[in-house]
Design a protein around this ligand. Structure first.
Ligand code: CAA
Length: 292
């Protein structure tokens, strides 16, 4: 299947960067969000990122401008979906929100279009039936920051067709990513399960008073060679995202061991989501630089 036009639903950190990745690879991209201010912020952040990549010599001014020109922004899901070949949904990690988005996509997107979700926890089987085309639904899960991280998890559910898997894997490769195929839905898929094991241990070490947040992060970087420590990573991804992923996992497994850690819950309930609110495990100034 030939892909020309892609719709990305959701203009948050993930959706906006996924849209940019697709535009850089030459696709026509629409980014849709119900909130016009999110779209404006996404446009301005992506323009800044492209400017800085030009200044660093990563790409030519002409290529950056051409990629930005391939991006369109809209608040209308129906308008955005009207003539697309592929949809990547990157809205909030709430099942009810995703269900209504996929029902609307099923009505508005052309029959041939594949409808993928970037969800890291909710397997696409949870939304597939809403679309009327469950065989064309799968997870296409990117990692934060999507402009940089190479991994994309392609997760099939019981009814995903081989053509859908094949097209999604090919699309990921065409974006310069290294897709991994996950043959069965499992909470957290693969990468988040690996990361979760480290994060949970880090939270335990901190909550038990064994070491400070910054010393645990330092050990992960200097002993294990990780680019970021687990607390820095939670601040990057967003404590709201980490919390909601954990909550969704618990709702699926009903295993109390999967509940969000109380220290994470506390920060979440205070509205301290990490870099995006300038306060999480660490504090940040307006430019996003860590100050504490
Ligand atoms: N958005 C886009 N690009 C970013 C970025 C951001 N938020 N932060 C850094 N970059 C880019 C920089 O522009 C730079 O690009 P160039 O090489 O073109 O100059 C490059 O990344 C390296 O940046 P820095 O030199 O400033 O800093 P760094 O070397 O420490 O790298 C990092 C930053 C790429 C984020 C690195 O620390 C890293 O890989 N961290 C781990 C990230 C990770 O584990 N992500 C997975 C999160 S889990 C997830 O996403 C799953 C989920 O379901 C929630």
């Amino acid at each position: 299947m030939q892909i020309n036009k892609i719709l990305v639903v959701g203009a948050g950190a993930m959706g906006s960067q996924i849209g940019m990745v697709c535009a850089l690879a030459g696709y026509q991209v629409t980014i849709q969000d119900v909130a016009a201010d999110m779209l404006a912020a996404a446009r301005s952040q992506l323009t800044d990122r492209m400017d800085s990549s030009v200044v660093k010599g990563r790409r030519s001014r002409q290529d950056a401008e051409a990629a930005l020109a391939r991006l369109t922004f809209t608040t209308s899901l129906e308008a955005g979906a009207a003539d697309v070949d592929f949809v990547i949904e990157a809205a909030t990690e709430k099942l009810e929100v995703k269900r209504s988005i996929f029902a609307a996509l099923g009505r508005a997107a052309p029959e041939h279009a594949i409808l993928a979700t970037n969800s890291s926890t909710l397997g696409s089987s949870k939304v597939a039936e809403e679309t009327g085309r469950p065989q064309q639904v799968c997870n296409m899960h990117f990692f934060n920051p999507a402009l940089v991280m190479k991994c994309v998890e392609v997760v099939r559910h019981g009814k995903t067709s081989p053509d859908t898997v094949d097209t999604t894997m090919k699309l990921a490769r065409s974006l310069g990513k290294s897709p991994v195929l996950i043959d069965r839905e499992i909470p957290g898929f693969v990468a988040n399960r690996l990361m979760g094991a480290i994060r949970d241990e880090a939270l335990r070490l901190y909550a038990d008073g064994i070491a400070s947040v910054s010393d645990i992060d330092t050990a992960a970087k200097t002993a294990l060679g990780h680019p970021m420590g687990p607390f820095e990573l939670m601040d990057l991804v967003g404590l709201d995202v980490s919390y909601l992923i954990r909550q969704a996992t618990f709702e699926e497994t009903q295993d109390p061991a999967d509940l969000p850690h109380p220290a994470l819950k506390e920060l979440y309930e205070q509205g301290n989501y990490g870099r995006k609110t300038a306060h999480g495990w660490y504090r940040y100034d307006q430019s996003g630089t860590r100050i504490q």
